[in-house]
Design a protein around this ligand. Structure first.
Ligand code: TNX
Length: 526
């Protein structure tokens, strides 16, 4: 992902240039945002530029998906399976001819994720410099089709795509979704569905919170009791579970096919009761605590003074790094209230060394920036920002150290916060987060001293203390997750609640067709 990140960062710089232009010059650069035209297709995230043109293309039983080079195959097979399922058409993938053409021969010049899409009566053409760019373009094409395209069963046509010229690329390199599989466990099948739903909104990182006080969810061969014993529990005494290494590989591969990087998190030094309960020797007093099924935070800590702690982490990180093609290992680092600050700072330094030893960069929650960390590390800002900028020290410390930030403020981006006081699931410690609150903020303007170039991107975490089924998770994630994804992808100049509100409303019928459970926010005209 690092090359991709660099080029996406370069395109972010282009956007910054565009934003520096006077307002009317800017409007020529991005003349027709979808929000401005009633007839414009309603896309989330809104593309950089969109022109409605005349002509309509019909997908029929004779339509082919044309991929002039092998680079486009991943995007083509994704599109083919999606369209075959709902249209019932054969949609063969061909090397040449007309139809839906996915061309990765380059010339777009907007980073790895950039693409151009044009629809005329003769066909659909998606151009990109990479297979990844084609894949993002395919997600846009999907939203140009009738909502019933999301159905898992065959539907009657017509399958019309109306004329459009789109040019598009992301504002930020990182647009993440995080799923907590530790508080409640979710099967490989459920995880795949969550990944798939996020891919539709151009999310490109999937962060798996694999361990916490209540459960350890990944098999580590050198420490088998972590999963076998530590994986048994979940919040409220609900059934636990864990992924075998083969399961994890399957998730990684599934994400890869969608150009999504998996980031595994082993939370340390706090949030570690499941590990401490599995191995007595990891505890300072040599005594294993009981498994924990409550929802308190901040009571557990690895024994930072013991050598075995680092031998343990070396084994875990080595095994995880081997299974993970992406550039990051997430080491948690949040809410280590039971670790003394001086021990915490030393601990983070040591863990960062282990992560580097296995060829990866360290990602962590923002507290890791209270330690001196290297510039390839990434810190995720999560503490809610009050009007007074209180609690923003770690994020500012990251920026000062040249460490990039992911913005995931709990009072905007936490998908486990209740929408209203009536929401049956979720928590409210960071306040209520209705659809508008989740969308209406700018990651580069949240914290004084943390600007556009300090921000790698955004992330929407979902913590599952109160959620046991995937449909509950979906209800909390939709419509908020697409809002966060749009903030990460679309140019700052396109940000408008009014425009977004009508575009996100148009996603409702798509979720209905795809049986996605979602919250019908009264703020959105669904
Ligand atoms: C805080 S945010 C946590 C999680 C909880 C979440 C609940 C963060 C890095 N830690 O352990 O699950 O709040 O909203």
């Amino acid at each position: 992902m690092s090359r991709r990140l660099t080029s996406a960062l370069a395109s972010a710089a282009l956007i910054t240039l565009a934003a520096a232009l006077p307002a009317d010059a800017q409007s020529t650069a991005t003349p027709t945002h979808a929000s401005a035209h009633a007839s414009a297709p309603k896309l989330v995230p809104v593309p950089v530029s969109l022109h409605v043109t005349s002509g309509t293309y019909q997908i029929t039983a004779k339509t082919k998906i044309v991929v002039p080079s092998g680079t486009g195959l991943r995007a083509a097979s994704y599109l083919a399976s999606l369209l075959r399922r709902s249209t019932g058409f054969p949609l063969p993938i061909a090397r040449e001819g007309a139809g839906i053409v996915l061309d990765a021969s380059g010339g777009v010049g907007q980073g790895d994720e950039g693409y151009r899409l044009s629809v005329t009566s003769d066909g659909v053409l998606i151009n990109a410099d990479t297979g990844e760019g084609l894949f993002r373009g395919v997600q846009t094409l999907r939203q140009l089709l009738p909502a019933k395209v999301e159905s898992h069963a065959k539907q009657a046509g017509p399958w019309a795509v109306s004329g459009v010229e789109i040019e598009d690329y992301p504002r930020f390199a990182y647009r993440g979704a995080m799923l907590d599989v530790a508080r409640h466990f979710f099967s490989v099948k459920q995880v795949k569905r969550y990944i798939d739903l996020a891919a539709a909104y151009k999310v490109n990182a999937f962060h798996l919170h694999l361990s916490d006080d209540q459960g350890w969810r990944i098999a580590i061969k050198s420490w088998p009791r972590l999963a076998k014993f530590g994986g048994r529990t979940a919040v409220d005494g609900d059934p636990g579970g864990y992924y075998t290494q083969a399961d994890y590989r399957e998730i990684v591969k599934y994400a890869q096919q969608r150009f999504i990087t998996v980031i595994p998190e082993i939370d340390t030094p706090g949030h570690t009761n499941a590990a401490l309960a599995s191995y007595a020797k990891l505890n300072c007093d040599g005594k294993a605590p009981k498994p924990y099924t409550g929802t308190d935070v901040g009571f557990s800590s690895l024994c930072t003074g013991k050598d075995i702690t680092y031998a343990f982490l070396d084994d875990v990180i080595r095994e995880l790094a081997k299974l993970t093609p992406g550039p990051y290992i997430h080491i948690g680092g949040d809410e280590a209230h039971s670790t003394k600050q001086k021990d915490y700072v030393k601990f983070i330094g040591k863990v960062q060394k282990i992560v580097h030893k296995y060829g990866k960069s360290m990602m962590g929650w923002e507290e890791i920036a209270n330690a001196k960390i290297s510039q390839d590390s990434v810190a995720a800002h999560w503490n809610p920002v009050t009007g007074t900028q209180e609690g923003t020290e770690p994020a500012r410390s990251a920026a000062k150290q040249g460490v990039k930030l992911i913005m995931a403020p709990a009072d905007r981006a936490y998908l486990d916060m209740k929408y209203t006081h009536k929401t049956p699931l979720g928590q409210d410690w960071a306040g209520l987060v209705e659809a508008r609150r989740a969308y209406d903020w700018d990651p580069a303007k949240l914290i004084t001293g943390v600007g556009e170039s300090d921000v790698l991107g955004v992330e929407a975490p979902i913590w599952t203390e109160t959620m046991k089924t995937l449909s509950e998770v979906e209800y909390m994630a939709y419509p908020r997750l697409p809002g966060i994804a749009e903030i990460g992808w679309s140019p700052a100049s396109s940000h408008s609640w009014r425009g977004y509100r009508s575009r996100i409303a148009a996603q409702g019928p798509r979720w209905v067709a795809g049986s996605v459970s979602f919250y019908r926010s009264p703020q959105i005209p669904f």
